[in-house]
Design a protein around this ligand. Structure first.
Ligand code: SF4
Length: 343
């Protein structure tokens, strides 16, 4: 199958049966992965601060500075969370917090440097999302290249593509006008790639985005990968509406599965398509039949839990589900970027 155009993707979404989407997605998946193999990680998202000035209307997590209820985790609290993850068999931490104007770039460099010093290569960490990176580079008055170099030199290997939701300027204006512009997002992500660190692509569906907006997000992602080759994976999850200003309803699992298939077919240049156990629970595993090949088993994420996500800590019970669907599941360790291999 050759690369599908935007118009062909639109036609697939509107007209293809579930079986046809599955078949096409599995054929693209098979270029990258053994058909019956799926990989996973046990990880924890550490929400180091809930103070944020971005005020996205789909967020149930943040508090404004001085509003009361705000926190910044201490170094000891961060280490305790990582130690607990290691005891549960995990080795990946993702730091994700609000746009806290009281935390300078030095705070992040010192935090990440201390994590690298304490855990070395035993634990890998996703330092920030691109969204947070844009904010802290701008506040520091640094170019994205210089801010990326500061993080890399502090021991950071990954800055993931989180916080992207839907990457169209219209969506940003409707829901998150103080977060970043799409142009800034990709400029910052390019600087991360060029610094030698690794990054990923993400997407969240189920707000009020149109099909055109979903397709534009996929097109921009594919174009970025054609240009840079820097995206290790694409993770899509679904909006949780509870306790948010925007509200709304959750989409049905079938819509999620079909979108995963369309993403696998369209993003033919990204190695891994990841399904979201955090927001789809047991239903996430059916997405393996729709082209996904990898997933996290998260043990904590306050951001999505505040908006209604539930976390199951019976990891063996969860792994039994993809096995029952016919998949060999294997643990995957986070890779170290080749460009930083000798540092
Ligand atoms: S989604 Fe992130 S940037 Fe937006 S308000 Fe919530 S914490 Fe802040």
């Amino acid at each position: 199958m050759s690369r599908v155009s935007l118009e062909e993707a639109r036609a697939l979404w509107e007209d293809a049966s579930d079986d046809e989407l599955k078949r096409l997605a599995q054929s693209v998946r098979a270029r990258w992965h053994e058909p019956d193999r799926a990989t996973y990680m046990v990880m924890r998202i550490i929400n180091y601060t809930n103070v944020c000035v971005a005020q996205c209307d789909y967020c149930a997590f943040y508090v404004l500075p001085n509003a009361g209820g705000g926190y910044v985790l201490s170094r000891e609290e961060v280490f305790a969370k990582i130690d607990e993850l290691v005891e549960l068999g995990g080795d990946l931490v993702a730091f994700n917090g609000g746009f806290n104007p009281r935390l300078p770039l030095d705070y992040y460099c010192e935090l990440f440097g201390s994590v690298r010093e304490r855990y070395g290569e035993r634990v890998e960490f996703y330092a920030l999302t691109i969204a947070e990176f844009v904010f802290l580079a701008d506040r520091a008055g640094l170019s994205y290249a210089d801010a990326a170099a500061r993080l890399r030199d502090a021991g950071v290997h990954w800055v993931t593509g989180g916080g992207s939701e839907i990457l169209t300027e219209d969506f940003r204006a409707r829901h998150a006008k103080w977060k970043y512009t799409v142009a800034d997002y990709f400029e910052a992500q390019k600087a991360i790639v060029e610094s030698g660190m690794k990054t990923t692509a993400t997407m969240v569906i189920g707000f009020d985005e149109t099909l055109d907006e979903r397709l534009e997000h996929l097109q921009r992602t594919r174009d970025f990968q054609d240009e840079t080759g820097g995206l290790f994976s694409f993770l899509c999850w679904t909006y949780k509406p509870y306790g948010t200003a925007f509200g709304g309803r959750e989409i049905a699992p079938r819509e999620y599965w079909r979108h995963i298939a369309l993403s696998r077919i369209f993003l033919d240049n990204i190695p891994h398509i990841r399904t979201s156990v955090l927001t789809q629970n047991e239903d996430a595993f059916r997405a393996l039949d729709y082209g996904a090949d990898d997933f996290d088993l998260p043990i904590e994420d306050e951001v999505t839990q505040k908006a209604g996500a539930t976390i199951d800590l019976d990891l063996e019970g969860l792994l039994a589900i993809p096995r029952s669907l016919g998949y060999r599941v294997e643990y995957r360790r986070a890779e170290r970027p080749a460009a930083l291999a000798s540092s």
